[in-house]
Design a protein around this ligand. Structure first.
Ligand SMILES: C[S@@+](CC[C@H](N)C(=O)[O-])C[C@H]1O[C@@H](n2cnc3c(N)ncnc32)[C@H](O)[C@@H]1O
Length: 691
């Protein structure tokens, strides 16, 4: 790795693959090489072939370009921030201070300019204060104190803390901060005695004001900045701990493993709350979203060593460093320059599992004790646990269906990532034993085979981590933004339908799965793989699913060729036949009283379903009102969501899909749930400004 940090041109792994292909063609070895690659049976054989072919191996040298922490750069950015601050451009000042914080090295024994980081935090706290973001200001004051804020300026920081607490009506904290501020005045540099007296007088005035405040309980606003509190499962499954106890894992002849309902599941019930085994934020979000949990950072905290990632809290930073960040810190620009995309996730999965685990589990992973593929990933107690690496190892990869060229490009990427891993402390150091180098070569091929395996399975198993980009003017037009990618071993068990029964939402990087239509006992749970029947026609859906997921969809919407949303007939609704669950067409729900007996289109039986029609019709008004509240005002605090859920439960009982009101209701419910998860900005009035 370059120790100089000098800028070097960076080549993407796609270009690298093309260059290697050209080189092999130029020397007439391409045909034989691809034939050999096509004949390889395992990922280990594939990695071994590429690494033992000099024309390939010698070209896969990641270019390491890293930007170091720099006091000079930090000071430059802090000065720019101060200029914006003086002109009362607090938003711009905030941006500069956040960048300065990225570059400022933390305090250390060798680093006598240690207060730069603390000063940057202090400056940013001032910008938050003037933006009236008192909660965020307090966090940065704590950051400044932790980073060693200079004693000579401490009175200013504590005075700001007092004022923040006063604005937030935290009476006792405010008094304590002003008292402390007064005490530290004696150390204030460059302030005459008279100035100190004036300041102390003002602080006393504030203390008086605080004392006159009523006693109030302060509320923790922190969670509201990013998402509402996580829901809970009523009871969790013994077999799949992050899933509800009414789900079970089964194997289907053509669809493979899937999750099934053990009892009737109602619209709105929570089925799964899963933390990913690993997640990554997208490369354009690395300075706005937490590297560990993907949540939007309002007070970004830098990594202490690299300038490329931010964390939302000390806890996340510590968890990342202890688990995997030490094996990627300083390599982030290499991943971005190499444009490895999902490769970073594959890398992180292997880094998190660790060398010792992967070596010790080699036999168990390659030759699982279970004979039935439907049982793969279950541990010795029969538990399918998302924290168990074996669950991911056995996710469907379809490696037999990829073209040789595709395997080649993924294998190049895997070796690129392996070389990155080799730059870190992941592998044990070579020792003096004569076979040490050879053992390392074999180990490296084995670790590389895991990266390649994940690169093949991630395109059909990884999920996005999302955030609702709230458009307060037109809530129904709020886009769902992709902020990261993650691997959830349980979610990955859910098969696809173009008419899904569940919907997923992110709370930080935790995924919450809820029922979006009624699911009868025994039915399989269906997610959607980006091919929804109301908005994508049959041919486009089939093409997408075949290309990325290698199957022909035979869901009800596909088999019955349901129309697109805009083409769903509005002049007639099909109710369930009491005899055969077939279709009884009803021309106008509103005129149910005038309707007589009607015949089922499927079994021909005549019946009077006026009672059912009236039940649906009686909800029409509350449904429309709730829909209006959600779609036009994103009013999710009242009972709108409850009305929508009730409407859907009743409609599901009596009416066949497709039914346009069913779609409208589902979309409104999804918007409510999306708002409860990651959503930004969460308030209409001020928004939460992004540093
Ligand atoms: C994310 S995995 C789902 C879990 C998978 N069935 C398993 O056994 O691990 C996606 C893969 O499952 C299969 N699959 C998903 N939905 C399907 C469907 N509706 N029909 C047939 N196969 C399906 C396809 O092979 C697809 O690539």
């Amino acid at each position: 790795m370059s120790e100089t940090g000098a800028s070097k041109p960076v080549i993407t792994t796609d270009t690298l693959t093309a260059n290697i292909e050209n080189k092999l063609k130029d020397c007439g070895k391409w045909e034989q090489f691809t034939a050999n690659l096509g004949a390889c049976q395992t990922d280990y054989d594939r990695i071994t072939l590429l690494t033992s072919t000099p024309e390939v191996n010698d070209m896969i040298i990641p270019q390491f370009f890293r930007q170091e922490k720099s006091i000079e750069e930090a000071e430059k950015l802090r000065t720019a921030g101060n200029q914006h601050f003086k002109s009362a451009h607090y938003d711009k000042a905030l941006g500069c201070y956040s960048q300065a914080i990225q570059y400022a090295p933390p305090a250390s024994a060798e680093n006598d300019n240690s207060s730069v980081l603390a000063l940057c935090f202090g400056n940013r706290s001032a910008a938050f204060f003037y933006l009236k973001q008192f909660h965020l200001c307090l966090i940065d004051i704590e950051n400044a104190l932790e980073a060693g804020f200079p004693v000579s300026l401490m009175h200013k920081l504590l005075d700001r803390k007092g004022k923040c607490c006063l604005f937030m009506k935290r009476k006792h904290e405010a008094i304590a901060a002003f008292e402390q501020a007064k005490e530290t005045l004696q150390n204030a540099a460059g302030v005459q005695d008279k100035g100190k007296q004036d300041m102390a007088f003002l602080m006393d005035q504030f203390i008086k004001k605080c004392r006159s405040l009523p006693e109030e309980k302060s509320e923790d606003e922190a969670v509201e900045f990013v998402h509402t509190p996580l829901p809970t499962l009523t009871a969790s499954s013994h077999q799949i701990p992050c899933a509800a106890d009414f789900l079970t894992l089964q194997n289907h002849e053509t669809r493979g493993r899937g999750l099934y309902a053990k009892r009737d599941i109602k619209v709105g019930e929570v089925l799964i709350i899963e933390k990913p085994y690993a997640s990554v934020v997208l490369s354009d979000r690395t300075l706005t979203h937490c590297h560990h949990c993907c949540v939007r950072c309002f007070v970004p905290l830098p990594c202490e060593k690299c300038v490329d990632v931010v964390f939302c809290s000390r806890q996340c930073r510590q968890a990342a460093v202890e688990s995997y960040h030490s094996t990627e810190c300083q390599l982030m620009s290499c991943f971005h320059g190499g444009d490895v995309r999902l490769g970073h996730l594959a890398y992180k999965m292997v880094a998190k599992a660790g060398y010792d685990y992967l070596m010790s589990q080699r036999d168990a992973l390659e030759y699982p004790p279970q004979k039935d593929p439907g049982q793969f990933g279950l541990d010795e107690k029969g538990v399918y646990d998302s924290e168990n690496y074996a669950t991911m190892y056995h996710l469907v990869g379809h490696s037999d269906k990829h073209t040789v060229k595709c395997i080649f490009s993924r294998a190049v990427k895997a070796i690129f990532l392996l070389r990155c891993l080799e730059q870190t402390s992941f592998f044990p150091a070579l020792d003096d034993r004569p076979d040490s180098a050879e053992k390392r070569r074999v180990d490296a091929c084995y670790i590389g085979s895991h990266i390649l395996r994940h690169l093949q399975m991630l395109p059909c198993n990884a999920h996005e981590v999302s955030e609702l980009g709230i458009n307060w003017e037109e809530p129904s037009a709020s886009p769902t933004l992709e902020i990261g990618s993650a691997i959830y071993p349980v979610l990955s068990l859910i098969n696809h339908s173009c008419d899904p029964s569940v919907v997923r939402h992110s709370y930080a990087d935790v995924c919450v799965v809820r029922a979006i239509r009624s699911i009868p006992a025994g039915e399989e749970i269906y997610d959607n793989y980006g091919a929804l029947h109301p908005v994508m026609d049959y041919a486009a859906r089939q093409k997408h699913l075949k290309k990325q997921y290698f199957f022909d969809c035979a869901c009800e919407a596909c088999v019955k060729n349901w129309p697109l949303y805009i083409d769903i007939p509005r002049d007639s609704v099909n109710f369930y036949c009491e005899n055969c669950r077939g279709r009884v067409p009803v021309p106008a729900i509103a005129n149910a009283n005038s309707l007589d007996t009607m015949a089922c289109l499927d079994c021909g039986k005549k019946q009077n379903i006026r009672g059912h029609i009236l039940k649906v019709g009686s909800l029409e008004r509350s449904f429309q009102e709730a829909l209006h509240k959600v779609i036009f005002s994103l009013d999710v605090e009242g009972d709108a969501l409850q009305h929508l859920v009730h409407f859907l439960r009743v409609v599901d009982k009596y009416v066949h899909r497709p039914f346009s009101s069913h779609n409208d209701c589902q979309e409104a419910i999804k918007l409510c749930y999306a708002y409860k998860g990651n959503a930004y900005p969460r308030t209409k009035r001020s928004g939460n400004r992004l540093p």
